[in-house]
Design a protein around this ligand. Sequence first.
Ligand code: NAD
Length: 318
Amino acid sequence: KVVITDLITEPLEYERSVLDGVADVVALQAMSESELQGKVEDADAVMVYHYFRFTDATIKRLERCRVIVRPGVGYDGVDIEAARLQGIPVCNVPDYGTEEVADSAVSMAISLARGSHFLNSRLKRGVGDWNVDQAAPLWRLRGRRFGIIGCGRIGTAAALRAKSFGMDVAFYDPYLPDGIDKALGVERFDRLEELLSASHILSLHCPLTAETRGMIGGPQIREMPWGSILVNTSRGGVVDTAAVIAALGEGHLAGAAIDVLEQEPPEPDSPVLAAWRDPTHPAHDRLLLNPHTAFYCEEGCAEFRTKGAQEVLRGLLG
Ligand code: NAD
């Protein structure tokens, strides 16, 4: 018996396409943690989404479970230490929607650099001249530097896209072996400061770790060229979003695209929502905000559900 908790409902076509003949797949919409515990205790495997946390207490009730799968990147909703003590492996699915995140990052950057977002926002509120709005950042992309922090799966996909627009691509990633830059035909900087000061567009593609938390704040933004663009589709905690809003307001950043926030959804009185809601806010026209959807598309969902079920199968088959 494989139990899928919250989010996913019948007909479970992707999970069953992998697990039919091996296990019964059941979708569980529990209303409380105690209800959840009562319904997962006889499961041989569980696929967990994010509504319920898999706490120590819940994991202790998993009497016969052989694997816990989190069909997504982050697994902070599962107490992995409790799972370890119980001898249950925990798997995630880190590699879905790679191309979509890269598409989102590069397309938002281009929308900001070519002024589409800015001009649309100003037209909506009736400001700016019709033909040539001098306030708009309308860059030629060719020859501009597209800087990437974290050149893994998504960073690489973004690099290839940015290159195809004629941009000079560079990355900072201290964990990649030598030669990746040559293979991709891009530049590599060994120091973050070098990348910051050389990038007209900075796109973040590193994970949130103790090292990357708060990596980009006011001082780092000030190292970027005046009038540059910042794109964050990685994790909210990597960037001090309040500092981004301040830099947009003063013009140091010509634009920012934010798909991820320190807290999602944000508090109603957060600086980012204040700027996004208020058309008179100095950052308003330069801020492109998305609700953590950079990865999303129908095919991507099919991908993480199918890959999640494949992890369950691997766990059940040992
Ligand atoms: P990946 O593991 O393939 O690549 C991450 C890269 O970051 C690696 O090359 C790693 O060496 C590098 N890195 C780690 N620490 C670093 C540091 N201190 N400085 C610079 N680089 C560092 O991961 P990926 O599949 O490319 O995903 C990247 C991130 O994108 C994920 O961790 C996740 O947070 C985010 N993401 C967001 C969405 C979304 O919808 N917005 C969807 C999927 C993933």
